[in-house]
Design a protein around this ligand. Structure first.
Ligand SMILES: [Ca+2]
Length: 662
């Protein structure tokens, strides 16, 4: 029997039996199959229909078990007889004595509550992230948006849409470190784009991996130092350096470092044939689609996956492939809504203009339109990627049992108020898209409460029916009440910024209608978002007798001031940031001397373990040969199995053309 052609192959077959050594439910057939009792069940006939439809290559209704390899052979089925003898031989181990796999064990330990109706106990998770995607510009938040996002719009139509979602810090790495850990930036020492967080910091990847998930990352996460932080695998390297090279120095605030943003992104905006960002995202897309194709062909006992696909678009520079640039041919790209002379800007915005080298830059309307057009094209590119991923999920019949999350790390001012890029608490910079799609569990609706990507970790923990470990810090709140459209969800967002462009900690509290911003170096800011969505009236700066400064407004401002004072010890945080910056300057200056050892991630991509190889067991080759697998007459063996996905084959390998391919 060729399925047992090698010792390793046989071992793998036995491993499968071990995994299957429990009850498998087949709801479509109303069957529960206990694999320990398989021969007895077969004799009484319970398994016949199951075997006919899903286990038996070449079977049909008139000879349902003719080729079932677990059964006594009939006629001339010599190969199957070999299989049977192998299993029944004295040398075969007692399969029922094999202890349960670690995966089964850990799942049982951490499953604390029964699954909710409509959601599988362990659904797959596909978490798609964009970089620098400004939520207020998207059609799902602004029906008049010129940006073409048909795939995102369709996803949003079936999703819970968070209309007021924020990042924990309007800068790449601090935002992401907080998102993965559910802890605010200062607590984990993630102040800027060159801060490493402690590898002992629990992330959502640790939680889900403990709960039995295969956790993988395709694309960007901007980790410094340690590159996995709980992801079992990374499918690509990061696009940005994983070292201390982008350290910030508050002790020389007027010195522009060479890696800071500058005006070139705007001045050079336009189409391209290829960019390094396209190089990156095309690899991310290939690897992540391949991960799904591989997952669905792994056979029985496969763990659910949590794959984060993190694209670098639509991050500047504002250039995109001509195909996407041309989508906006003839569109009169809108100019920014708000123009503020640079002398009238708030003090942090003035610093940002200088740190980004756009102070005194007078961009023409045409330059601004070209930059925005390229950005729109890059958003359409992201939309295209989303469409591709969702199509692969559907083609692999994984869509029904996969929760799709879409979000980002921060936005882009894109010329609003004369500002570009991020690092600001104005809406286009600090608000992010956030969608959670699983219509079988959560009816599509909009959530107006203020939420944060900090909330993703506790939400994922709830979605996979595990629990947060007690006694550990957690700043995020589960979004489950919002997803289920019931009371009890949080409405407060805290954000912290300690990167370039400021000289002291810059903090935000967003609650209800209000946005409060405070920094020891600047006057406070207070905006009422529903009344002043463009954030033009800083209520904290008005004289006390101004008609807008009502008793209520005065009280709210006083409450925010007191809350911020109690929450943040600005002197201590400033001192901690300065020490961290100095330490990293020292360490980085040393690491650049002599032999340089990179911390950048090098993904494992071994061609010797791919495709058709002599040392790979034939049953594995059979599984990978084709999806969906077919019977001897070429009929789809997955018909009727829909969302069961990998494992629907029960781990039994069906001979597939192309497994040997000579
Ligand atoms: Ca970013």
């Amino acid at each position: 029997m060729r399925l047992f052609a090698t010792r390793r192959s046989r071992q793998r077959q036995l491993t499968r039996l071990q995994i299957l050594n429990s009850t498998l439910r087949v709801p479509q057939l109303g069957l529960s199959v206990n694999f320990k009792d398989f021969p007895r069940m077969h004799e009484v006939g319970d398994i016949t229909e199951f075997a006919r439809r899903f286990w038996v290559p070449g079977s049909d209704a008139t000879s349902p078990i003719r080729k079932c390899r677990w059964c006594r052979p009939t006629g001339s089925e010599a190969a199957d007889a070999t299989t049977f003898k192998q299993l029944k031989s004295p040398m075969a181990p007692d399969l029922n004595s094999v202890p349960p796999s670690p995966q089964q064990k850990s799942t049982a330990v951490h499953t604390m509550e029964p699954p909710r109706p409509g959601i599988a106990k362990q659904p797959n998770i596909l978490y798609i992230m964009a970089d620098q995607l400004a939520a207020p510009l998207l059609k799902m938040h602004n029906p008049n948006s010129q940006i073409k996002t048909p795939n995102l719009d369709a996803l949003a139509a079936g999703s819970v849409i968070f209309d007021s979602a924020y990042c924990p810090s309007p800068l790449c790495a601090p935002s992401r470190m907080s998102m993965v850990s559910g802890q605010l930036p200062v607590k984990i020492g993630s102040y800027d784009n060159a801060c490493s967080i402690d590898p002992s910091t629990p992330t959502y990847a640790h939680y889900l991996r403990t709960a039995g998930y295969e956790t993988t990352l395709a694309g960007k996460m901007h980790f410094i130092g340690e590159q996995l932080h709980g992801y079992e695998s990374r499918l690509t390297s990061d696009i940005y350096p994983g070292d201390y090279g982008w350290n910030v120095n508050w002790e020389e605030p007027d010195r522009r470092l060479e890696w800071y943003h500058n005006a070139s992104s705007i001045l050079q905006a336009g189409p391209c044939v290829r960019s390094n960002q396209l190089d990156y995202d095309e690899e991310v897309m290939y690897k992540s689609k391949q991960f799904l194709y591989d997952h669905v062909r792994k056979g029985a006992g496969v763990r659910p996956f949590c794959m984060t696909v993190s694209l670098t678009h639509p991050h500047d520079p504002y250039t995109i492939e001509k195909k996407y640039w041309d989508m906006y041919e003839g569109v009169n790209i809108e100019l920014p809504d708000v123009t503020i002379p640079q002398e009238e800007q708030d003090s942090h915005s003035k610093r940002l203009l200088k740190v980004c080298d756009i102070w005194d830059q007078k961009f023409t309307p045409e330059q601004i339109k070209r930059a925005r057009r390229a950005y729109y094209g890059a958003v359409s590119y992201v939309d295209d990627c989303i469409g591709q991923l969702l199509q692969v999920l559907k083609d692999c019949r994984l869509d029904e049992n996969t929760i799709v999350i879409f979000s980002g790390d921060h936005g882009d001012m894109l010329g609003e108020r004369g500002l570009w890029y991020k690092m600001s608490y104005f809406e286009a910079s600090v608000r992010v898209p956030l969608l959670i799609h699983h219509p079988a569990s959560f009816k599509p609706h909009r959530v107006s409460a203020n939420v944060s990507t900090l909330d993703i970790l506790p939400t994922l923990v709830d979605l996979v029916h595990t629990t947060l470990w007690s006694g550990l810090p957690m700043d995020g709140n589960s979004l489950l009440p919002h997803l289920e459209d019931r009371p009890g969800g949080s409405d407060t967002v805290f954000a912290e910024y300690c990167g370039e462009g400021t000289v002291a900690p810059l903090m935000m509290i967003r609650r209800g209608e209000w946005k409060y911003i405070t920094c020891p170096a600047d006057p406070d800011q207070l905006y009422n978002l529903p009344a002043d969505p463009k954030e033009l009236v800083n209520l904290a700066s008005l004289p006390s007798k101004h008609p807008l400064v009502t008793v209520e407004v005065s009280q709210i401002l006083a409450d925010f001031v007191a809350e911020a004072k109690a929450k943040w010890d600005m002197e201590k945080i400033t001192a901690d940031v300065l020490v961290s910056q100095r330490q990293r300057r020292l360490v980085w200056s040393a690491l650049k001397q002599g032999r340089f050892t990179s911390w950048d991630y090098n993904p494992n991509d071994d061609g010797r373990e791919k495709y058709i190889r002599s040392h790979i067991p034939l049953d594995d080759l059979e599984l990978k040969a084709r999806f969906p697998p077919v019977d001897a007459k070429g009929r789809d063996m997955y018909s009727g199995l829909g969302g069961l996905g990998a494992g629907g084959m029960g781990g039994v390998v069906v001979p597939q053309a192309g497994a040997h391919s000579q």
